[in-house]
Design a protein around this ligand. Sequence first.
Ligand SMILES: Nc1ncnc2c1ncn2[C@@H]1O[C@H](COP(=O)(O)OP(=O)(O)OP(=O)(O)O)[C@@H](O)[C@H]1O
Length: 311
Amino acid sequence: MCLAIQTQDLCRRFGDRLVVDQVSMRVPRHAIYGFLGRNGAGKTTTLRILLGLLRADGGRALVDGIDVATDRLAAARRIGALLEAQGFYVNLSGEANLDLTRRLLGCPTREVARVLALVELDAHARRRVGDYSLGMRQRLGLARALLGAPPVLVLDEPTNGLDPEGMADMRRLLRELPGRAGVTVLLSSHLLGEIEQVATHVGILSKGRLVMEGELGALKASLAADIRIEADDLARAAGVARTHGFEVDTTNDALVARLAPGADPRPHAAALNRALCAAGVAVHALQPGLPSLERLYSAVSHAPAAMEATP
Ligand SMILES: Nc1ncnc2c1ncn2[C@@H]1O[C@H](COP(=O)(O)OP(=O)(O)OP(=O)(O)O)[C@@H](O)[C@H]1O
């Protein structure tokens, strides 16, 4: 199967620092792939290599099956990007701004209307970009990335700085893009909650290395749920939980009962609650914790980032 994006042992140095270290990523077609990592983990560098803006020092990067190093222009035609700097002419309309890029790309005139409709800006096409909200500008950036119908989109922090409503709009648009525009989306972000709501797949970079990758649902299913208990006497509560076959950890203010991967925490929480109450423990709170992207992320990215590890 031809992947939308594939890298093999991709490496990039800055001076003697290896900031992308043998990264082999696989982004299936029509995925929304959340690309995660701490500041300095190497995400932007990887994206810039994929976009043909930076040369790799080793390995390969393929976009829609095309090698970025050996066929840069053909690869560039298959990938659209929304990066941090938008660079719109604020005195021109959204439509006029898009038309400038359309001409550079040599696309037909109707492309502008197509992408404006995809990001739901058609009603505001003739307004000055200077009068757009930040959310509308981000959507215009997304429209520009969609010009020429590239099969792959790379978006760097697309919800950065947006208000909750703008974030919700962008999330919805992103979720719908693979179905409506037939694209694959590579989404770089620090916001785990945002990624969790839109991504079908994730890849996590730590110190330049890809430390986890896969389908988000399957990765989360591999994690165990737990139950967090607050009670008047944690030592006694721990004893009761152990007697009932739970493995427990105690923190300063709570007890955490660990469950086997795949176990539904709800019946276990009910059983534990009954046992604690029967033993006379006063339970103040009992909270089942479901596997989350945040827990996946913290399981693999505790190590300090490359930048911080280098003197
Ligand atoms: N042009 C450059 N010259 C030297 N070092 C660079 C250059 N670009 C990036 N770096 C360094 O490479 C490392 C990885 O940077 P990169 O921007 O790829 O990380 P990132 O994961 O995108 O971080 P952030 O989330 O903060 O954008 C950092 O230590 C950064 O300082």
